[in-house]
Design a protein around this ligand. Structure first.
Ligand SMILES: [Zn+2]
Length: 708
């Protein structure tokens, strides 16, 4: 048999001996001699030594097993006359001066004393009439004796009474509070065995204490204002103990435990109050008034879990708002914009593959505020805090870093001074981040929006901790959106456009593409250019119509811009035309909405191109109504009307109006009115795009003289 002896075992070695008692089998006790401990291990302590210890038991298995109650000799009885407990070795019993009965079954007992002939059971004991002894007679008898001795002993040491209560916060976190009634020593005025297992003790303060003598009674949770302790007096060994032994057992009071206490109700009330206060201190619970107010505004039938999260969010939003209102300042993290530019795909296989990256950032900043408002809407939208900056804030402390292929290239002190927008939105997120719908709304509003993410704090946060976080820290804070982002992106992109690496790549790319461009004729690229431009403007004309028809809270459709694929197509065809010696196709006068190309296309196709109009005349009408400052290209439109025979689609009324306009144009050109004369800039490229107009353009009518 092997025992593993662990550090945590009950060990006493003050006298150099170490004892280990195995309580389960009750009788195994080994003694290990540590008298040589010091000489062997110096000043090492037990804890420092390698564990576990292994101790070999060489003895036979213990002879004494847990006694079977039926084998335990009955050592205690009641005096039949006085009711006093009698031990078998009491003088009166030995001298047979009293008659005894069993305290459990009330049958009369015969003392069998040592020295008498009784081979089977030589221990002195009381004997029941033959065949009548019950199993619990012995233990009940001993309990009677113990109770009697308790009274004789005079006092009882009541252990401290501890009650714990746990309040659960909105976060699901438990807040446990322990309250206690201290231990006390009480005089025992009277002790009576109430039944076989319970004694009633009357204490010096008049209170009654029920003592369960089994040691097995559980804690009761119902408050009945009664006090009940349980004392472990069930051990069958107890029945064999002498009065001295019972006394010593009562003195150390093994395992006396409270089942209920007179003050339980008050203790529980106190613990309840303290635990819910702890939850409130952790900003995880609120007052009954707050709860009533919250319920009055809650959507009926809402999921309990969602409601709990909403409570916590509502509370934290309110606290953050209160902090901002009180402190009137907030530390914000640095603003950062990163733009990267990969080398063009076409160059990926070449030796040069530098990726450019520009980082723009500001230092963290403390913003001072003058006005803080809380949006109180509930439901799916998380409330916001809206604050207004106290006066203009300018950030001149900006910094730019340039990185080439992941290596730091240079740091640039940015002379740019950023002016802060006057409104700051603070989003406090607890369980969920900001959803895409809300993000879209924020971007449309283009407001500086700071997110404070409290989910990293878990359930535990104090008011002071929250204040420190909001006012002084950047941790957990993130810029969701800032108007400066778009501005800096544009700036950085422009910077990158000018970088030697970009320029070199562009040159290489043009060289690479030139081969492809030159293998196809001009007419091929001209067609593609016109289709690309018509496609871009027509798409935007449709989007504009949708914008006008837009209803509801959803995002408005956005126009295609210069960052769209449709625009990239125009740029690419423009480059092809340039390679063929036809510059100018990319000029804004050519490509813009209602520009030269869109208008001539409308006339050519007799429909609106980039105009939400259905006939060429309607577009021409818009041209005819243009102001005086926008007449310089009119000769080109007249040439287009002629070249594409738009007049054949006119009504007679339209023909009259067109002729009047044309007459004025001719008069102005003849009078050399420069407002009606065009520069030669686009004549060549337009002739290539619209070959039907080439002959008339080439005559130079309405063209400003070349001042070269
Ligand atoms: Zn009995």
């Amino acid at each position: 048999m092997r025992f593993a002896l662990f550090k945590s075992a009950n060990v006493t070695n003050s006298d150099g001996k170490m004892m280990y008692s195995d309580r389960e089998s009750r009788c195994n006790m080994i003694t290990v001699d540590f008298s040589d401990f010091k000489s062997l291990y110096g000043n090492a302590t037990l804890e420092n030594l390698v564990t576990p210890w292994q101790v070999d038991i060489t003895d036979k298995p213990p002879a004494l097993r847990a006694p079977n109650v039926s084998n335990v000799p009955l050592k205690w009885a009641h005096d039949a006359l006085t009711g006093e407990p009698r031990y078998i070795h009491d003088r009166k019993v030995v001298d047979r001066l009293c008659s005894c009965i069993c305290p459990a079954c009330q049958l009369s007992l015969t003392p069998i004393l040592a020295g008498q002939l009784l081979r089977r059971d030589p221990t002195a004991h009381f004997r029941h009439p033959p065949g009548s002894q019950k199993d619990d007679c012995t233990i009940v008898a001993a309990r009677v004796a113990a109770t009697h001795l308790l009274l004789e002993y005079g006092f009882i040491d009541l252990p401290r009474r501890v009650i714990s209560r746990t309040a659960t916060g909105f976060s699901g976190q438990g807040y446990e509070i322990w309250v206690e009634e201290p231990a006390e020593r009480r005089m025992v005025r009277s002790a009576l065995l109430h039944d076989h297992v319970t004694a009633v003790l009357t204490l010096d303060n008049g209170r009654k204490l029920l003592a369960d003598l089994t040691g097995r009674r559980d804690l009761t949770s119902a408050f009945d204002d009664q006090a009940l302790v349980t004392i472990s007096l069930s051990d069958p060994e107890l029945a064999m103990l002498s009065p001295e032994e019972i006394r010593s057992r009562l003195r150390i009071l093994p395992d006396i435990r409270w089942c209920s206490h007179w003050n339980d109700r008050a203790l529980a009330t106190k613990a309840d109050a303290e635990s819910s206060q702890a939850a409130r201190d952790a900003l995880d619970d609120w007052s009954a008034d707050d709860e009533a107010d919250f319920r009055s505004r809650l959507t009926p039938g809402i999921d309990a879990e969602i409601a709990r999260n909403l409570r916590r969010e509502t509370l934290l939003h309110r606290e953050v708002k209160a902090i901002l209102e009180r402190e009137k300042r907030i530390t914000t993290p640095s603003l950062e914009v990163v733009v990267t530019r990969d080398p063009p795909e076409e160059l990926e296989m070449s030796w040069e593959e530098d990726t450019l990256r520009m980082d723009w950032c500001t230092a963290p900043k403390i913003l001072t505020l003058r006005d803080v408002q809380l949006e109180t809407r509930l439901g799916r939208i998380v409330p916001d805090v809206i604050a207004h900056l106290d006066g203009p804030h300018v950030d001149a402390d900006c910094h730019i870093e340039m990185w080439v292929s992941g290596s730091f290239d240079e740091g640039i002190e940015d002379s740019y001074a950023m002016t802060w927008p006057p409104t700051l939105l603070v989003e406090v997120t607890v369980t969920h981040g900001i959803d895409s719908e809300k993000l879209q709304r924020i971007r449309e509003l283009n407001l500086a929006t700071l997110e404070i993410d409290l989910s990293t704090l878990g359930g535990r946060v104090t008011l002071e901790g929250l204040r420190d976080l909001v006012v002084h820290q950047t941790i957990g804070k993130r810029w969701v959106h800032h108007p400066e982002f778009a501005i800096q992106q544009q700036r950085l992109n422009a910077e990158i456009d000018e970088h030697p690496v970009t320029r070199r790549n562009q040159e290489r790319l043009v060289e690479l593409k030139r081969q492809r461009w030159l293998t196809m004729p001009v007419a091929h690229w001209a067609d593609r250019y016109l289709e690309a431009l018509a496609g871009f403007h027509d798409a935007n004309a449709i989007i504009k119509r949708r914008q006008r028809q837009h209803q509801g809270d959803g995002p408005k459709p956005k126009l295609l811009g210069r960052d769209s694929d449709a625009w990239a197509l125009i740029t690419s065809e423009t480059e092809a035309l340039s390679a063929h010696g036809l510059p100018g196709a990319a000029h804004s006068s050519m490509v813009q909405e209602a520009g030269l190309v869109a208008r001539i296309l409308s006339i050519q196709r007799n429909t609106g191109v980039g105009y939400d109009l259905s006939s060429g005349y309607q577009v021409l009408n818009a041209i005819m109504l243009s102001g005086k400052g926008n007449k310089q290209w009119d000769t080109l439109y007249a040439i287009a009307v002629k070249a594409y025979d738009l007049e054949s689609h006119f009504t007679s009324d339209q023909t009259l109006r067109y002729k009047a306009w044309r007459k004025t144009l001719i008069e102005k050109v003849d009078a050399n009115d420069e407002a009606y004369m065009r520069p030669a800039t686009f004549d060549v490229v337009l002739s290539a795009l619209f070959p039907e107009m080439a002959e008339r353009i080439s005559k130079g009518y309405g063209r400003l003289p070349d001042r070269g």
